[in-house]
Design a protein around this ligand. Structure first.
Ligand code: FAD
Ligand code: SF4
Length: 315
């Protein structure tokens, strides 16, 4: 159906992101293709976990195996939006969730009054008017964590089925943010981690009860004693795709994980993050806070403490 109808149709899983956007006329389509036939199981192996795309965020957040072997992923799922939305929202929908921007996530009337933009109905970017591209922000909490945990996704299309790394699922483009074919359905996520891998997700947002991330850090760490054997750090909400902190990863590999190493790695991780003035709170402050969320995620992964919301000052 998707291949036949093209841009006239969209898939819907939990509908928690899609339905508000249809109401705001951010998408104008005539057909919804329901994905409630997707499997909803979580299958555990010794060093991997396969999660069907129809699993809800709540079920992923509370799954015992995910919490013990892939703690960062369970934390990220448990920090998406609010409990009612996590009961309906799926992990497949969270991997495919639209990019966000203050000038786009508005009602039709607001956007018409302010002037439409490149992402929908217009021909200019209102955040960076001289830019030919859209800078809407990748805002999935679980995608960066899935990348840090060497995630692979299964895509089923009209012709065939393929498995690709989650990192290959995204483009650095606020409009065409997904690299999969439009008619391909995400059916499964497979997380992989060497035994003993520790992981953590730390998220910054205004209201801990519901908001999207305005910065976040996903960390997966393999330690040999107190030395880093392998480390992956992926940032959320600071670019149009989940942003891998490559310099920080390279710096940490082979280093003793002490306070100085964590601080220096956090500085390096924050460098490529370039938040623009199109999400909540000041983008200068968000840029400064990237260092803080990375530092906290590294500390939490090292000690595998639970809970992962950064408190804004004064809270
Ligand atoms: C108030 C509010 C707060 C929110 N806060 C957060 C937040 O903090 N963090 C966050 O990450 N998200 C947040 N969201 C967005 C949303 O709730 C989640 O991302 C949720 O996981 C989306 O899953 P879903 O199943 O509801 O997807 P849907 O809304 O059904 O779909 C989302 C998109 O994915 C596509 N899609 C869905 N499933 C598949 C599939 N299996 N294969 C291919 N395409 C698919 C749809 O076509 C659509 O484009 C928030 C939403 C609201 C309304
Ligand atoms: S970044 Fe620019 S083009 Fe993209 S949604 Fe925002 S204002 Fe529109």
């Amino acid at each position: 159906m998707a291949a036949e109808l093209g841009p006239r149709a969209m898939f819907v899983a939990g509908g928690t992101d899609l339905f508000p956007k249809l109401k705001r006329r951010q998408f104008e389509i005539d057909t919804l293709i329901g994905l409630d036939f997707l499997e909803r199981g979580i299958r555990n192996g010794s060093s991997e976990c396969a999660i069907d795309a129809g699993v809800t965020l709540s079920d992923a957040a509370h799954d015992a195996h995910l919490n013990s072997g892939f703690a960062g992923y369970a934390q990220a799922a448990g920090l998406v939006s609010s409990p009612p939305l996590r009961n309906a929202g799926t992990i497949g929908g969270n991997l495919c969730v639209d990019t966000r921007c203050n000038y786009y996530d508005m009602t039709y009337e607001w956007r018409k009054a302010a002037g439409f933009c490149l992402k929908k109905d217009g021909d200019i970017c209102l955040v960076a008017p001289s830019s030919p591209r859209c800078w809407a922000v990748s805002s999935s909490d679980t995608a960066p964590m899935a990348i840090a945990l060497e995630g692979m996704v299964t895509l089923v299309g009209p012709e065939d089925e393929r498995e690709v790394p989650v990192s290959a699922l995204y483009r650095d483009d606020g409009i065409d943010y997904m690299a999969k074919q439009p008619a391909e359905v995400v059916t499964r996520l497979r997380l992989r981690a060497a035994p003993g891998t520790r992981s953590a997700y730390v998220k910054l947002r205004r209201r801990g009860s519901i908001d999207f991330p305005i910065a976040g850090a996903a960390v997966a760490l393999e330690l040999d004693g107190d030395t880093v054997a392998r480390c992956r750090i992926v940032l959320s909400a600071v670019a149009s795709h989940p942003l891998e902190a490559e310099a920080a990863q390279a710096f940490l590999n082979g280093k003793r994980l002490d306070g100085d190493a964590i601080r220096e790695a956090a500085e390096l991780a924050a460098k490529p993050a370039k938040p623009l003035d199109n999400a909540d709170l000041s983008h200068f402050w968000r840029k400064r806070m990237v260092r803080v969320v990375v530092e906290q995620a590294l500390e939490r992964a090292a000690t595998e403490r639970t809970g992962s919301v950064v408190k804004l000052s004064g809270q």
